[in-house]
Write a protein that binds this ligand. Sequence first.
Ligand code: UGY
Ligand code: MN
Length: 264
Amino acid sequence: MGGFIMGYKNDRTGYQKTLLASRAVIKKDSFAIIPHDGLVKNTIPGFENVDVSILGSPRIGAGFVDYIATFQKGGKHTGFGGDGIETVAYVVKGKLKVTDGKEEDVLETGGYAYYPAGVKMMMENAQDEPTEVFLYKKRYQPLEGYEAHKVVGNTKDQKPEEYEGMKDVLLWDFLPKELGFDMNVHILSFEPGASHGYIETHFQEHGAYLISGEGMYNLDNDWYPVEKGDYLFMASYVPQAAYAVGRGEPLAYVYSKDANRDPE
Ligand code: UGY
Ligand code: MN
């Protein structure tokens, strides 16, 4: 799978020309597919020696910001989130040190950290090889009488649940089901051939980063091919469902979903 790419070399001038049609589909306030082969690197204050791309953001209608970041040797972030902003880091592959300046955790592949609003997350690559990290930040929506708190874990230590009773679709939750949290992060994994039980339509929005496999994704009632490394944004109410294709690894993605709040 991949974008339609036709490249040729002009022998006379040596000039290489590439005609390219991307798999990207951007429908502001509805959904977006950002394929991995079209990502560009961004310079963002706080990141040092990190190849980082902004994925979902308010510019496509998201109430959050997602990034995919490859921390090179010695790569770091000097303070992600902070005042009013909650953050999540999920290690797709590698080893990442996270600290609030008091406590330190080393997240290995599959590891994640949630820091509540007001607490800055300092990050640093904890190995010589690059470390790939999916990052999320959002303005926290407080609820009187409740609070969020720091959560650190690893999906490898958690037993997933069968998603809506399906044996071939597994779900991991990162955060506890407590009203202090205004969102959650999950991993959903489909064995080849498995699918959602129905096309969902719901109030909550998602940002999803595909960590394995390939599949077909229904977004607003059209089907699109997707694969590992792609990013999907699903705005509130956009119809959505997927099935996994291929014979090898499952189609799996890490995704955020707002939770536990009554719309105003
Ligand atoms: O939790 C969800 O809403 C999830 N099942 N959505 C999705 O996979 N697109
Ligand atoms: Mn959904």
